[in-house]
Write a protein that binds this ligand. Structure first.
Ligand code: SF4
Length: 279
């Protein structure tokens, strides 16, 4: 007998918060389209390079090699898009500055931070159609044993109200406990900013994490057509990476023509077939 269970996408907390703002944006992401990284802002590139570097450091690798390799990938992946020498030069300069900034932060961070045991670094945790990539899952053994899910923040000092309200890491904690059958002791924001290095740590709110988990799974059951058919035009559009194809679609043009010619595309995210009933 063949398995007739429909194949569902893997959704994340980030997809959920994006869906609150605009379903169409999630539809384009679901298809695997993204702006080539080289076109992103210097601050975002610096954060990406920092995340890679700190992950390598936690695993005992040479973080400079990993950052160099990632910067090279970003440059090579995006060069085809930059249709003239001036744009290319500007993008490569921004990438170079992002790399310098990432090294400066890594230097400061790794000098003052004792290296804990890394259980997982930037790996996908997934339960059926709900997934997520915590920056790191760490084990502290002193003064007490504690399992900690870490989220790194770079750039400006974030608003503490945001860190206390955001449920993203609570969602990771719930997903981690569900899949790994281990108790998460703390969620921990490590902030590396121009003002210094700060840590905000608290126990996970698993009830909140579970609520987001249910919402993420429900999101995976929406059809791609319904997502793409539902644009929420707002001030967010001005910073949306899909502004151009979306407006083209609204004007009756071919958005996929633009997506094919100006966007990178990774494999669409599909979950394993199986029971997809959401409790
Ligand atoms: S441009 Fe606006 S309406 Fe279109 S996908 Fe982006 S956020 Fe949604």
């Amino acid at each position: 007998m063949s398995d007739t269970t429909p194949t569902l996408p893997v959704m994340t907390h980030s997809d959920l918060t994006t869906w609150w703002r605009c379903p169409r944006r999630v539809g384009y992401r679901l298809l695997g389209y993204e702006k080539p990284a080289i076109t992103l802002s210097q601050a975002i590139l610096r954060g990406t390079l920092f995340d890679r570097g700190v992950g390598a450091w936690l695993q005992g690798k040479d973080y400079k090699q990993v950052v160099e390799a990632k910067a090279k990938d970003i440059a090579e992946d995006g060069i085809w898009l930059l249709d003239n020498d001036i744009k290319l030069q500007e993008a490569l300069e921004a990438l170079g500055k992002a790399k310098t900034g990432a090294y400066e932060m890594l230097e400061r961070y790794t000098t003052v931070t004792p290296k804990p045991i890394a259980l997982e670094v930037q790996e996908l945790i997934q339960y059926k159609e709900a997934g997520g990539h915590p920056d790191a899952v760490l084990l502290e053994t002193s003064p007490l044993t504690a399992l900690i899910i870490v989220d790194y923040k770079t750039g400006r000092e974030p608003d503490l109200r945001y860190l206390s309200m955001s449920g993203q890491v609570d969602y990771y904690a719930y997903l981690y406990e569900l899949t790994r059958k281990r108790t998460v002791t703390f969620i921990d924001y490590q902030v590396i900013s121009e003002q210094g290095i700060h840590e905000y740590r608290r126990p996970p709110r698993l009830t909140r994490g579970k609520r987001f988990f249910g919402q993420v799974r429900l999101l995976a059951h929406l059809s791609l057509e319904s997502l793409l058919d539902d644009p929420h035009v707002s001030y967010d559009c001005s910073s949306c990476p899909f502004f151009k194809p979306c407006l083209t679609r609204e004007a009756g043009g071919d958005d996929f023509d633009i997506l094919h010619s100006e966007y990178s595309r990774s494999e669409p995210r599909i979950s394993e077939p199986g029971d997809s009933k959401v409790e």
